[in-house]
Design a protein around this ligand. Structure first.
Ligand code: FCA
Length: 331
């Protein structure tokens, strides 16, 4: 009797353990799969975001599916493919912010979670959508660029009447407009005359797009002898600076300051300084690693990511970029 009543529960527990063990083995949930879609896979910033997201995937043990989605059709097809593969969520920098509603509808049809990064979704009413977002503090960063341009212009003692600012804009994208508006506001506040600040829109936010703007600017203002250059990102400055260098300008007559810190490394590594003077270093680690980690926790633990995160930037030049990037864990 004693033996039976002792053994029975023990056996029961043992059987239960076997059953559970077997059950765990057969029905173990699939490895978490997370997509990471970017609008311009050829841009180094986005490759860095992927690289840091991959670090999160390796550390936390999930599959990261990286997709370059350069237009609406590719985005929607990619979401369908992710859904079919059983991905539980994705992070996206969309090629067009107005795709937000279509992206969310498609994601919802597969029960997938979404975090938007860099470029914020805009709804049909023109307002930002209520989807977790990680972006840069665009206005502040733009202002830092404007201040740094002015400081360097003043330090060199350039004559104002020979100097103008070339602002390569892409105003259809809010985060871009905030950056260039911030730079202009800071320059005007410290006393740079607004009528010597010239804006021109680029068609594409890459080096080629900016090169065209830079060339056109030189044709429009042939009397300007010294240029300050800013834009939404490094590419937007590099292109214009190259156009200027092609027409005889150089590091002594151009001060270009970008935003990013990825694409400009080649400029900083050239044996002698170029017109690309500095950048406002932003963090692909926070945009890539943190978003991927947050998505993983959202899927596995139900922890919702913060609704709106804005990351900061630091001005670096060819003299200190290497050290600062190391300190920031970017190298
Ligand atoms: C936008 C730009 C990128 C990068 C990012 C933070 O998506 O296109 O170059 O600056 O914001």
């Amino acid at each position: 009797m004693f033996l039976r009543s002792f053994l029975a529960p023990t056996l029961g527990v043992a059987l239960l353990a076997v059953a559970l063990g077997g059950c765990g083995g057969d029905n173990a949930p699939d490895r978490v799969k997370i997509g990471f879609l970017v609008k311009q896979p050829e841009e180094i910033w986005f490759q860095k975001e992927w690289e840091f997201a991959q670090q999160a995937a390796d550390r936390l043990g999930f599959d990261l599916i990286k997709i370059g989605a350069t237009d609406a059709e590719k985005v929607l097809t990619a979401i369908g493919n992710l859904g079919a593969q059983g991905a539980q969520g994705f992070i996206i920098c969309t090629p067009d912010v107005r795709l937000g509603p279509a992206i969310m509808a498609r994601a919802r049809s597969y029960g997938m979670k979404v975090i938007s990064v860099d470029d914020q979704f805009v709804g049909p009413d023109g307002h930002f959508m209520d989807v977790p977002y990680v972006g840069i503090s665009a206005s502040d960063i733009g202002r830092k660029v404007g201040m740094a341009l002015y400081d360097e212009f003043a330090r060199r003692g350039w004559p104002l009447e020979e100097t103008a600012v070339c602002v390569v804009t892409f105003e259809e994208l809010h985060t871009s407009k905030e950056r260039t508006d911030g730079a202009i506001a800071a320059l005007v506040e410290v006393g740079f005359p607004a009528d010597r600040i010239h804006k021109a829109g680029e068609r594409t936010t890459d080096i080629e797009g900016s090169f065209h703007v830079g060339s056109a600017m030189l044709t429009r203002f042939p009397d300007v002898k010294r240029w300050l250059v800013c834009s939404m990102n490094d590419e937007g400055v590099i292109g214009a600076v190259r156009a200027m260098e092609g027409r005889g300008f150089n590091a002594d007559t151009v001060i270009g300051i970008g935003i990013g810190g990825s694409s400009c490394v080649v400029e900083f590594q050239k044996s002698s300084p170029t017109g690309f003077y500095a950048t406002c270093l932003i963090s692909p680690k926070r945009h890539g690693y943190d978003t991927a980690e947050w998505m993983y926790k959202w899927i596995t633990e139900g922890v919702e990511p913060p609704k709106d995160t804005r990351t900061e930037g630091i001005i670096v030049t060819r003299d200190d970029y290497d050290q600062v990037m190391r300190e920031q864990g970017l190298l």
